[in-house]
Design a protein around this ligand. Structure first.
Ligand code: SF4
Ligand code: SF4
Length: 316
């Protein structure tokens, strides 16, 4: 496994980052014991970088991993929607308490769209920066599905790390093409920002063309790391091989391709439309009193399910 320093930080992370959204209640909802087994497999495959978020509800999974294998095996990146000092403090305290740790390696602002949204989060950034000076946070970042979000992060002297959406089809990019996104990311890298990509497999939608997806990102020299959500030992093994440019054995490939995911909405949906309002990809609509998923737009992030008061949305 290759390791890179994330931009100008002293965080040396594995090229493959474990995206933990997939194991939490918004997706597979694995038990703590099963999650710990996956973390063990990840660590044995050289992974030291783990991505989470307040929204994902996987802090307790990571806490169990830390308790089993030690804090030094985990470089943790988390994010929240904090927008002022009070919400930032609450988010940071929650992360520290629930993961039972004294520090967070990377704390990011979740889903930033542009310099306007970043400006709107100024008070939260100032609080996180103060915590960085106290050593409680090692680096500040932002995650984004927008080219304008990458550009805003590049311009901000507070932001060390950018976590952008990148995949061969440009699936999920909200304000332009994949070429425009790559140009913005390259500029961010050259400005000294740490870059770790998300959704290189389109949230699982592109899993049947995973070879092409990997080929596409592995030649991009400006990606320090690549976050992939993984739900099984087989996925960890296969992705660790592929990230090292080693061919995946056919049997392993088949077991992964058969696990292609989709968004499922249960029959007890009450058409309250909360999910539609919170899908930033415009993938949900209502037709004949039924919520319809546009699979060409859905990146299987599972964020809509966090807003469903009836708990009827799942990634299966
Ligand atoms: S949020 Fe849940 S209950 Fe409301 S429309 Fe969406 S799926 Fe149905
Ligand atoms: S429909 Fe749900 S899972 Fe799909 S992109 Fe929208 S928020 Fe994400």
């Amino acid at each position: 496994m290759d390791y890179n320093y994330l931009g100008r930080t002293d965080l040396k992370v594995s090229k493959l980052c474990y995206g933990t959204l997939t194991i939490g209640p918004l997706q597979r909802n694995l038990s703590i014991e099963d999650s710990v087994q996956l973390f063990e497999e990840a660590i044995n495959n050289g992974i030291n970088f783990f991505d989470t978020a307040e929204l994902y509800k996987t802090y307790t999974h990571l806490r169990a991993g830390i308790e089993c294998f030690g804090r030094n095996k985990f470089i943790i990146s988390t994010k929240s929607y904090a927008y002022d000092e009070e919400t930032a403090k609450r988010s940071l305290d929650k992360a520290l308490n629930e993961m039972k740790t004294d520090y967070i390696d990377i704390f990011s602002l979740h889903e930033q769209e542009s310099e306007h949204t970043l400006r709107g989060h100024n008070k939260a950034i100032e609080y996180f920066y103060k915590m960085k000076e106290e050593g409680i946070i090692k680096a500040l970042g932002l995650s984004t599905h927008h080219i304008a979000g990458v550009i805003a992060g590049t311009k901000s002297s507070y932001i060390d790390i950018i976590h952008p959406i990148i995949n061969v089809k440009g699936l999920g990019i909200q304000d332009g093409t994949i070429d425009e996104m790559l140009e913005a990311v390259k500029n961010a890298y050259e400005a000294g920002k740490g870059i770790y990509a998300m959704k290189i497999l389109g949230g699982g939608n592109l899993i049947n063309m995973s070879e092409e997806c990997f080929d596409f990102v592995l030649i991009l020299k400006y990606l320090h790391s690549i976050a992939i959500g993984m739900q099984s030992i087989e996925e960890i093994k296969a992705n660790a091989l592929r990230i090292n440019n080693i061919k995946i054995p056919e049997a392993l490939k088949c077991s992964i391709n058969s696990t292609q995911r989709k968004l499922h909405i249960d029959t007890w949906c009450e058409q309250c439309c909360q999910c539609m309002k919170h899908c930033s990809h415009g993938a949900l609509s209502i037709l004949d009193n039924k919520i319809i998923v546009d699979e060409t737009k859905c990146v299987l992030c599972g964020y809509c399910s966090a807003w469903c008061p009836q708990f009827c949305i799942k990634i299966i």
